[in-house]
Design a protein around this ligand. Structure first.
Ligand code: ZN
Ligand code: ZN
Length: 339
């Protein structure tokens, strides 16, 4: 039977529906600016100076707990409130699984020699071998499926969970490997959310034990720790140089530094615009690239520390709908909300 996949944007490249002539490009820009609020570059969008750390590794002990709280805070009176609460239940299960097997006493997941070799060849630190039968990942996935409380969720979600629990272990592992590599079987999208939830816990635990200095840039829009695609970019305030930009990994939660006002999909900085929506916080925007017509969520976490790349990406779905209408294609990936 033919199988259809959605692919992670970073592994597929950006859209190819770019207007072909300068006049068409100008018209497309004006049309977008009429539909959305175009945000003029301001001092916050000008580049920064000074050295910043290349990566910030995830802190799994707070990552999932804080995300669950953010989902719950965003849900009331939100058009996607039911889904936000479903994802809060997933994040709470992630936090519970993480708390039971924090892994902090375990050693480095990759030897120094392997790490240096992989960096030398432009490869991320973690490979698919970290999901092997012996890796602890299958137990992590089983624990997540046991702990997730779907009592308030739709019947369809409970049926999906039951189907995944009843599936052979090797089938669940096969699905996880596909998601890890950025391929989502269309007929199993609902199951992918649970599998992705376990991948995030397992990979955040491994990434947290890497040596930050050993991680090297892999490619634009590719996580140096696990090879995942970014969900969003964050403007942060915790670096020595204020307002640096970091991309947030959809899989392991590692943050890595990326030059500001430069497209994460094609690397161009020539035609970058920022858009927001009146009904959304000014701290949640998209960075849109007129060169390849891709966009990425852009969160001003330095102004609102509660912003979470995954939760706020889902909650700002109205912004995706508008920018997609104008021919832009999402360059970010949210494993809990693959649309
Ligand atoms: Zn990663
Ligand atoms: Zn681009």
């Amino acid at each position: 039977m033919a199988r259809f996949f959605k692919r992670a944007p970073s592994k597929e490249g950006a859209g190819n529906d770019t207007p072909s002539t300068p006049a068409e490009q100008a018209e497309a820009r004006q049309a977008t600016a009429r539909r959305l609020e175009r945000i003029k570059p301001d001092p916050d969008q000008i580049g920064i100076s000074g050295a910043v750390p290349f990566v910030r590794l995830p802190a799994p002990e707070t990552l999932f707990r804080d995300r669950a709280a953010r989902f719950r805070a965003l849900a009331p009176e939100h058009p996607l409130g039911g889904y936000l609460l479903f994802l809060a239940a997933i994040a709470e299960a992630q936090a519970a699984v993480q708390a039971e097997s924090p892994g902090s006493e375990a050693g480095a997941p990759v030897s120094e020699a392997d790490l240096a070799l992989r960096a030398e060849h432009g490869m991320p630190a973690l490979s698919r071998s970290v999901l092997s039968d012996e890796s602890g990942f299958p137990a992590c996935l089983d624990a997540l499926l046991d702990k997730v409380d779907l009592s308030g969720a739709p019947e369809a979600a409970r049926q999906t969970l039951a189907a995944l629990k009843a599936a052979p272990a090797e089938d669940r592992l096969d699905l996880a490997l596909q998601v890890f590599e950025g391929a989502f079987p269309v007929e199993r999208m609902a199951e992918c959310v649970f599998v992705a939830g376990a991948l995030q816990v397992h990979l955040a635990g491994l990434a947290a034990r890497l040596t930050p200095k050993a991680l090297k840039p892999v490619a634009d829009g590719v996580c140096p720790a696990c090879g995942g695609a970014p969900t969003a970019s964050l403007i942060v305030s915790w670096t020595p140089a204020d307002k640096a930009r970091y991309l947030s990994c959809s899989l392991c939660g590692t943050l890595w530094n990326h030059v500001r006002i430069r497209c994460t999909a094609c690397g161009s900085g020539e035609d970058i615009s920022y858009y927001g929506l009146d009904e959304l916080s000014k701290d949640v925007q998209v960075e849109a690239c007129g060169t390849c017509h891709s966009y990425l969520k852009h969160l001003h976490q330095h102004r609102d520390p509660a912003l979470d790349p995954i939760a706020d990406d889902v909650a700002s779905y109205g912004l995706d709908l508008k920018i997609v209408e104008d021919g832009f294609r999402k360059a970010g990936l949210n494993l809990l909300f693959v649309t």
